[in-house]
Ligand binder design. Structure first.
Ligand code: NI
Length: 139
């Protein structure tokens, strides 16, 4: 069942929101708000107390290929947790930069701990841990 709700927003905030969702290609505000709510719910599911349920997440890393100690460190973390790494994609972005995309699966807290340690590794230029979900509760 679909329920209608009303939201009060300041002019400026609504203007920026409309600009943002137009850029992202949303056809209406409702779908954009639904996606924001889903994202918040998935984030919360990942940080819920027990952390024992199985979770899947994607980690994106960009780092300097010329720093061999950094590449070794990132590989070491992955090998230490090899059962959690479902898939790893390595792209040589340019002469100096590597992009790695990892799919992690395991207990929520383990997945988050591993993802965060990769992202936080000194020398990683860009890193992001993105929770994934099968979306059973998000329709
Ligand atoms: Ni590379």
């Amino acid at each position: 069942m679909l329920e209608r709700i009303g939201i009060s927003l300041e002019d400026g905030l609504l203007e920026q929101f409309d600009k943002l969702i137009a850029e992202k290609g949303y056809v209406n505000r409702s779908e954009a708000v639904r996606d924001l709510i889903r994202d918040a719910l998935v984030q919360r599911a990942f940080t819920e107390s027990s952390g024992r349920e199985e979770r899947v997440a994607v980690v994106t890393l960009v780092y300097d290929h010329d720093s061999s100690s950094l590449a070794q460190k990132l590989a070491h973390i992955q090998h230490e947790n090899h059962r959690a790494v479902v898939s790893a994609l390595h792209v040589h972005m340019d002469a100096h930069n590597c992009l790695e995309v990892l799919v992690l699966r395991g207990r929520g807290k383990d997945v988050v701990a591993m993802g965060e340690s990769l992202v936080a590794t000194k020398g990683v230029k860009y890193g992001k841990l993105v929770p994934a979900t099968a979306g059973h509760d998000l329709r």
